[in-house]
Each structure stands twice: as structure tokens, then as C-alpha cells.
Unconditional design. Structure first.
Length: 192
């Protein structure tokens, strides 16, 4: 009996530590490490499979969205970190509400989020990204005195295209997101 309890306690502790290592405490979605753990095997499978068959230009087996909340530092500076935390939590809820169970949603760090879409083409990913952008813009966050906190996001969308590593694919999505920022924020940029 004592031995069984010790084993059960150890198993619970292992699960708690896994959650701590792979999930973001504030948003309750994967963190960067959790995203990489989930996405790496998918990327490897798709990159090997992709080499064996021809695809149309819009057919992607793995698509990445990189999302950055626009002017997040200003939100923290003007409304406070508590409101900033609420923004991050609500963005995470928007993302998880829209995504399918087999997609990977994570907080990459700070005000950045990343999504891995499995078996989704660029045109579909583009429509999903637009919906995310709109839903973030419509989020209802109110500061003391009924002041609405404006929140928008810039999103970069890319599909797997012979990248050697998952990091290369993420880097391209990050560049697309930065292009969205440079072109005026609150927009989606898709790189083929």
C-alpha cells in the first residue's frame, strides 16, 4: 500500500512538472518549449514525406502563424501590467477557440504567440489568420472608467517549403510578421 501511494505521488509530481515545463502559467497554453516538443515530430514527418511527392503551390502540410500584439508595451505603460496580463489571456482564448484540436497553439514569449496548423493550405491559413486578427480587434477589454483598451495584432503566415529545420520555418513566419508590422500593423502577411 505504502509503495503504491509513493508511486502515485511520484506520477502526480511528474505530471505537475511536465505542465510547468511545457505550459505557460499565465495563459494555460503551450510555451515555446511545449510548442517545439509538439511541432518537431510533425515537421520531421512532413519534411520527409514532402520530398517523396509533388505538391501544388498552395498545398502545405504544415503552416505556421506568428502573432504579435501591436504596441503591447504601450498597453502595459498606459493601462498597467494587470491589463496587459488580461490582454494576453484573452488573446490565448481567442486562439484556442478558433483552432482545431490537432493544431498547436503556444505563447512564444512576451506578447508573441505561434500556431502550427497541420494539413492546412496557405489560402485557408490566411482566412484563419484574418479571423484571428478580427477577433483580437473585437476583444472587450475595459479599463477603469469604462475606457476600452484597443488591441490589435500583426500576423505572419507561412507554409512548409523545403526548410531544413523547424527553426527555419518559424524564422520565415517571424519575418512575415515583422513585415506586417512595417506595413502598418493590424494586418496579415502571407509569404508563399
Amino acid at each position: 500500500m505504502k509503495q503504491e501511494k509513493k508511486i502515485a505521488d511520484l506520477e502526480m509530481e511528474i505530471e505537475r512538472l511536465k505542465k510547468e515545463v511545457y505550459y505557460d502559467e499565465l495563459t494555460q497554453i503551450f510555451n515555446r518549449r511545449g510548442f517545439q516538443k509538439e511541432a518537431e515530430p510533425i515537421f520531421k514527418t512532413i519534411s520527409y514525406t514532402r520530398e517523396e511527392k509533388k505538391r501544388s503551390a498552395d498545398s502545405h502540410d504544415f503552416t505556421i502563424m506568428f502573432i504579435d500584439i501591436d504596441d503591447f508595451k504601450k498597453i502595459n505603460d498606459v493601462f498597467g501590467h494587470q491589463v496587459g496580463d488580461e490582454v494576453l489571456q484573452k488573446v490565448a482564448k481567442v486562439l484556442t477557440k478558433i483552432m482545431r484540436l490537432n493544431d498547436i497553439v503556444a505563447r512564444w514569449g512576451g506578447e508573441e504567440f505561434i500556431i502550427g496548423l497541420v494539413r492546412v493550405g496557405l489560402a485557408t491559413a490566411d482566412r484563419i489568420a484574418e479571423r484571428i486578427r478580427e477577433d483580437i480587434k473585437k476583444m472587450d477589454i475595459v479599463f477603469t472608467g469604462n475606457v476600452k483598451v484597443p488591441v490589435t495584432a500583426s500576423i505572419g503566415v507561412v507554409g512548409y517549403s523545403h526548410e531544413k529545420t523547424l527553426a527555419d520555418l518559424i524564422d520565415r513566419a517571424d519575418k512575415a510578421m515583422y513585415q506586417a508590422k512595417q506595413e502598418g500593423k493590424n494586418r496579415v502577411i502571407r509569404l508563399a
